[in-house]
Design a protein around this ligand. Structure first.
Ligand code: ADP
Length: 236
């Protein structure tokens, strides 16, 4: 194997270790933003179930047609649909050594399934990063969120693009997600409290949960996450 450079070594805590990194937190906590950064730094695939559904909707697949009305109402897509999609994705070769999940698992049933998959693959214990944010901040982050087609994320209040409405990276037009309207955000937050919040106790009781203060700016949060991941122990 080629010698590892100092830079790679610094970013190497997770590399090739075979484990899942899971971002857990309410809509607007910054899961997508942080997942992108983790994926880049540790060269792991970034898997966002929300993005997978949006791709299916854009391509008008059967799966997209089932998911669309649920997403528009801010409800979760049924577990069996999510799981089939996730299993197909992580069967691909880029996921052999691990992956970063953003938006999955979102129910206890999904968490159980992921645990089974990781066990089958002889992965080490998952690293669950719980992004903790005051609820009042979430509405501002979500109503102000704008994204580009390839997934770069902005916020018109806190993290605006250099040119209004245009992605800094690829020059394409930014969009406001249809489910980022106030009424749908309220439903998504209720769904989070009812169906996803129990995962905090689930992972805490397994000793896998690391809480991260996700209130500061994205760089500060990324640095806190880097410290956790660089210090992550090799899997048992
Ligand atoms: P956010 O985390 O900001 O709410 P996402 O892009 O992750 O947004 O998800 C958007 C929508 O996609 C959710 O409101 C839900 O309808 C659906 N979805 C995404 N991931 C899952 C999942 N793991 N289980 C069920 N539904 C999901």
């Amino acid at each position: 194997m080629a010698a590892v450079t100092a830079d790679q070594a610094g970013a190497g805590g997770l590399q090739g270790l075979g484990r899942a990194v899971i971002l857990l937190g309410p809509p607007g906590a910054g899961k997508g933003t942080q997942a992108q950064r983790i994926a880049q730094r540790y060269r792991l695939p970034h898997l966002s179930t929300g993005d997978m559904f949006r791709d299916n909707i854009n391509c008008d697949t059967a799966l997209g047609r089932r998911a669309k009305p649920l997403m528009e109402r801010g409800e979760l897509v049924p577990d069996e649909i999510v799981l089939g999609m996730v299993e197909d994705r992580i069967a691909q070769s880029d996921c052999e050594n691990g992956f970063v999940f953003d938006g999955f698992p979102r129910t206890l049933a999904q968490a159980g399934d992921l645990e089974r998959i990781c066990r089958q693959r002889k992965f080490g214990g998952s690293i669950v990063l719980h992004l903790v944010v005051q609820p009042e901040l979430l509405m501002r982050r979500l109503t102000g969120r704008r994204i580009c087609k390839s997934g770069h994320i902005y916020n018109i209040y806190d993290r605006p693009p250099k040119r209004e409405g245009i992605c800094d990276f690829d020059g394409t037009e930014l969009i406001h997600r249809p489910d980022d309207s106030e009424a749908v955000i309220r439903e998504r937050l209720l769904a989070y409290d009812a169906q996803t919040l129990p995962l905090v106790d689930y992972y805490r009781s397994r000793g896998l949960l690391r809480s991260v203060d996700a209130m500061p700016d994205a760089d500060t949060v990324a640095e806190a996450i880097r410290k956790i991941l660089d210090g992550a122990e090799a899997p048992q």
